[in-house]
Design a protein around this ligand. Structure first.
Ligand SMILES: *[C@@H]1O[C@H](CO)[C@@H](O)[C@H](O)[C@H]1NC(C)=O
Ligand SMILES: *[C@@H]1O[C@H](CO)[C@@H](O)[C@H](O)[C@H]1NC(C)=O
Ligand SMILES: *[C@@H]1O[C@H](CO)[C@@H](O)[C@H](O)[C@H]1NC(C)=O
Ligand SMILES: *[C@@H]1O[C@H](CO)[C@@H](O)[C@H](O)[C@H]1NC(C)=O
Length: 344
């Protein structure tokens, strides 16, 4: 096993991409208003406070909105149940935007994690009433989860391995909060749910260029981080059961979508029958749907997940070094701080 940090970086991914407008026959359209079932508008006094994040309780259907200086809890018909004023920042010159909002429903924990923009620390609240059971974390730096700068943070609670120094943790041991913080001190982190303290992370120093974390999708054994950089859009892949302290197997590939150079959001799911027909693939084939934009317009690009996975395998292989000792071949990550590999 190599002790150095290895980053597997990048085969440019040129897969089939469809701009939906190329297939007008398979698209149904109607004005958005005809789909409107219900809506929520904050009271006039709060209308200048932008919404930052939304999260849904899959069990009760309750909807939580993290806004500047406010948290809202709505029922599944978007009827307001409760509003919490999180307030202006008093001790800091920051704006109190909601930085992270995650519904946690695990056998041990049923809470709403909210992280605020004043000092960057987090709270947990009752999912049933967001005014109840408020616990504030933040007695030390290891509980710092987000950045207070005006930059996006992504996070998700998923099963992962416990971290032990020997590298012999147990996969799927407990639920953890995984984050990606643009300009945060660690780049990608894993926090435990006991006190939100940091277990494992990719230190900021290992990242060459500024990264904006725009979206996070959990699919099977991996977390997929959608990252916008000056030179393009990257997809980072982290195994949720990684056992080592610095997540050395984290890998990135580049995602391309014509001339669209910013990523907005994404989804991973089956093709469905109509799309499968028009693309001549199986309707159970899993696709990555990604919404891109540039200064003028936006586009939906669709990639076959099997091609995405192959591109990651190629990137990993390009970063493995073979050493031969006494007839046995070992493969290990190169020990450079960042391994760049572009597969053509
Ligand atoms: C939530 O708790 C607050 C404070 O205890 C209370 O005033 C409010 O009525 C509760 N809301 C609901 C929907 O139970
Ligand atoms: C999760 O549950 C454990 C055990 O009940 C508790 O100690 C911990 O504070 C909870 N964590 C969160 C983030 O709610
Ligand atoms: C679709 O997938 C199923 C299950 O993997 C397979 O049996 C079937 O042959 C596939 N159909 C096509 C058209 O590839
Ligand atoms: C190869 O094996 C020999 C004999 O078992 C041993 O002395 C030597 O140290 C080994 N070399 C390496 C590089 O492991």
């Amino acid at each position: 096993m190599s002790t150095g940090m290895a980053w597997k970086y990048m085969g440019a991914l040129r897969l089939f991409l469809i701009l939906i407008s190329c297939h007008p026959r398979s698209i149904q359209s109607a004005p958005l208003s005809s789909y409107l079932v219900s809506s929520f508008t904050p009271p006039d006094s709060d209308s200048s406070l932008p919404f930052n994040h939304i999260a849904i309780n899959d069990i009760t259907g309750d909807v939580y909105i993290g806004a500047r200086e406010r948290l809202y809890q709505l029922d599944s018909n978007l009827i307001p149940k409760h509003t919490v004023k999180t307030g202006k920042c008093t001790d800091h010159p920051n704006v109190n935007d909601n930085k992270l909002l995650v519904v946690v429903e695990t056998p041990q924990n049923n809470t709403l994690i909210t992280c605020g923009g004043c000092d960057g620390f987090c709270e947990t609240r009752s999912l049933a009433n967001i005014s109840h059971d408020v616990v504030r974390y933040g007695s030390n730096d290891w509980q710092l989860v987000v950045t207070t700068k005006d930059l996006p943070t992504v996070g998700a609670v998923v099963l992962g391995a416990d971290y032990v120094r020997t590298g012999e943790g147990t996969p799927n041991r407990a639920f953890y909060l995984f984050t990606g913080v643009s300009d945060g001190i660690p780049f990608i982190s894993k926090h435990n749910l006991l006190d939100l303290s940091l277990d494992q992370n990719i230190p900021r120093g290992y990242v060459k260029s500024e990264s904006l974390f725009k979206y996070l999708v959990v699919y099977k054994d991996y977390l997929y981080y959608f990252i916008s950089r000056e030179d393009g859009v990257y997809l980072g892949r982290l195994c949720r059961n990684s056992l080592d302290q610095f997540f050395t197997s984290y890998t990135e590939i580049e995602l391309q979508c014509g001339s669209y150079n910013m990523i907005q959001t994404a989804h991973i799911g089956p093709a469905g029958s109509q799309l499968a027909d028009s693309l001549n693939i199986n309707d159970t084939d899993v696709l990555l749907y990604a919404v891109f934009s540039n200064e003028i317009s936006s586009a939906l690009c669709v990639y076959k997940m099997s091609d995405v996975q192959q591109s990651f395998e190629d990137a990993v292989l390009g970063c493995l070094q073979e050493t031969s000792r006494n007839g046995t071949t070992n493969k290990h990550f190169t020990s450079e701080s960042m391994c760049t590999h572009v597969s053509k």
